[in-house]
Design a protein around this ligand. Structure first.
Ligand code: NAD
Ligand code: WQD
Length: 339
């Protein structure tokens, strides 16, 4: 057993990291949050403090800054790392490929170097279903091969996973979690998604449109080979995703193996179309949501959803919330932001 229950969460001021910090604290872990606030501010940290009633051990700094990380790891007794910090906007990555490669890959390498020097072995990485591209078989399981990445962002996730596959053999215990489409907010409405500028992702675009911040939602295409013609995704509540991280960490800490690398899909296993989600939002919230059908968005895959059997079986993880719950929670969070 580890004497310390202190976990470093990089990117913990961001959307998924913040929800995971809450679940880690609920499970009795101590958390040290690192974030350079490049895509966030202190709002979610304040929200976590309200939910948990505890002060957050927050350090503003960059994962590429080895001196900063080394000092932190020397002063705190760290049992493991959850690495969320990354740039994540698919479209922006096409405009700024070097920034994406530099940030996402250098961050990973620097964190791993410091972990090796400070003898910290347990590591959980934020990967993505984007590594699959459009898979040949759906639901997609972890054995499906990587397809050519659709974007520099997607390529950073493939490269990071390949780095981890090399590195674990030197004595790390690593899990990559391949998230499908995280949506929703904490049921307290104290933390949620806070995109800077125009949202790229569907659910914040829906809630901002319903709140009157945007004129109209455009549904990107209704001529796909799917039941209603719109794209199909596996939408997973962000709190369920956060709980998957806690289960993954507990699993890692319970195993005695000195070097391991495991990859898990984190999805519900259900495909839901964009139009189904839009209609569910209108039905569940009663809000007005102006939308129209527009052209396809370049780079979108037609349909993808997870085979989550591996994480169900090995970690006894199953989602507690439905996509409808997530929409209701995202709407409550949006209304709070709108006040
Ligand atoms: P987010 O932008 O809300 O959070 C990421 C956080 O990392 C931000 O607070 C940002 O300021 C910070 N950060 C970025 N670079 C940093 C650096 N060099 N040093 C320190 N902090 C840095 O994004 P999110 O949606 O919470 O995503 C978290 C992780 O999950 C990312 O790795 C992302 O690629 C991955 N992921 C996200 C999704 C999704 O749809 N949101 C899906 C699959 C995978
Ligand atoms: C979902 C569906 C759009 C906005 C992205 C990344 C992926 C992963 C998750 C990080 C698509 C449609 C969207 C809008 C729409 N992230 N849509 N109108 O593209 O499935 O996945 O986030 O790893 O890598 O690519 O998510 O939320 O952008 O889109 O019709 O205004 O909603 O076409 O079918 P996506 P998304």
């Amino acid at each position: 057993m580890h004497a310390s229950k202190k976990i470093v969460v990089t990117g913990g001021a961001g959307y998924i990291g913040a929800h995971t910090v809450v679940e880690l604290m609920n499970a009795g872990y101590e958390v040290v949050v690192i974030d350079n606030l490049v895509n966030s501010d202190m709002t979610l940290i304040t929200g976590i403090e309200k939910i948990t009633g505890k002060k957050i051990n927050f350090h503003k700094g960059d994962c590429r800054d080895k001196t900063f990380l080394t000092n932190l790891f020397r002063t705190e007794s760290i049992a493991g790392v959850m690495h969320f910090a990354a740039l994540k906007a698919v479209g922006e990555s096409v405009q700024k490929p070097l920034e994406y490669h530099e940030n996402n890959i250098s961050s990973l390498i620097t964190v791993l170097q410091v972990m090796r020097e400070q003898k910290v072995k347990d590591f959980i990485f934020s990967s993505s279903c984007t590594v699959y591209g459009q898979p040949d078989n759906i639901p997609v399981d972890e054995h499906a091969p990587f397809k050519k990445a659709e974007s520099p962002y997607g390529l950073t996730k493939q490269i990071c996973e390949q780095i981890l596959e090399d590195v674990y053999k030197t004595g790390f215990r690593i899990i990559s979690l391949r998230y499908f489409n995280p949506i929703g907010a904490h049921p307290s409405a104290l933390i949620g998604e806070m995109p800077i500028g125009t949202p790229n992702n569907l659910v914040p675009y829906i809630t901002q449109t319903a709140a009157g911040w945007r004129d109209k939602l455009i549904v990107f295409g209704n001529d796909y080979n799917t039941p209603d013609g719109s794209c199909v995704r596996d939408f997973i509540h962000v709190v369920d995703l956060a709980e998957a991280h806690v289960k993954a960490l507990a699993w890692l800490q319970a195993t005695k193996t000195t070097a391991l690398y495991e990859v898990f899909n984190v999805g519900t296993g259900n495909g839901v179309s964009v139009l189904q989600l839009v209609n569910a939002f209108i039905r569940k919230t009663g809000a007005k949501l102006p939308f129209r059908i527009g052209p396809r968005r370049p780079g979108d895959v037609e349909k993808v959803y997870a085979n989550p059997e591996k994480i169900n079986r090995m970690m006894n993880w199953k989602p507690r919330y439905t996509p409808e719950d997530a929409l209701v929670h995202a709407w409550a969070w949006q209304q709070k932001l709108s006040r």
